[in-house]
Design a protein around this ligand. Structure first.
Ligand SMILES: [Zn+2]
Length: 175
């Protein structure tokens, strides 16, 4: 189940990604630990097992330095354990949706039961979702053309009730 969600923000030069904490019977996961120090200090106190990243941008991962030492870090399909990397099988409660458009190694996570898309920077905005949220340009993207294509494809392929953008407030979709 989802334990908590922190919404990412961009304020002047202050920036941090959205962060989601998910608990199963035997493991505690964090998705994008972000860069906000207060959230980092909160994460430090949790019994985390695994940190899963949407992509390797500093505002999404800076807090890994504050995570409990034994937390495994998962990036782009690989888990790092004691200086070695291994192919990672993502847990059953999510579908990793790989695309190439924002950082070049991007994943959005679809939470099946919750019908929730933890979007990473597939979608992000400053605060509230803008009216043109589907076609908003990403000044940091490798390709806005590929980005828009990935958004469209993901929205058409999955039954999504809510999008948690990389930064900004959630977007609730009505069908
Ligand atoms: Zn990014």
């Amino acid at each position: 189940m989802i334990v908590s969600i922190f919404y990412g923000y961009i304020k002047d030069r202050y920036v941090s990604s959205s962060t989601l904490i998910y608990k199963t019977n035997d493991k505690l996961y964090v998705f994008d630990p972000g860069a906000d120090r207060r959230i980092g200090l909160y994460l430090k106190k949790q019994k985390l097992n695994i940190a899963i990243l949407t992509h390797n941008h500093i505002d999404h991962l800076y807090n890994i330095k504050l995570l409990p030492r034994k937390t495994n870090i998962v990036s782009n399909g690989y888990v790092f354990k004691e200086n070695q990397f291994f192919k990672y099988n993502y847990p059953h409660f999510i579908l990793p949706l790989f695309y190439y458009a924002h950082s070049g190694e991007d994943i959005a996570f679809y939470f099946k039961e919750e019908k929730l898309l933890f979007a990473g920077d597939l979608f992000w905005w400053i605060d509230q979702p803008p009216r043109n949220w589907l076609n908003i340009e990403d000044p940091y993207a490798i390709s806005n053309k590929l980005l828009k294509k990935a958004r469209k494809q993901i929205l058409e392929s999955y039954d999504i009730d809510v999008i948690i953008p990389g930064h900004g407030k959630p977007l609730f979709l009505s069908h």
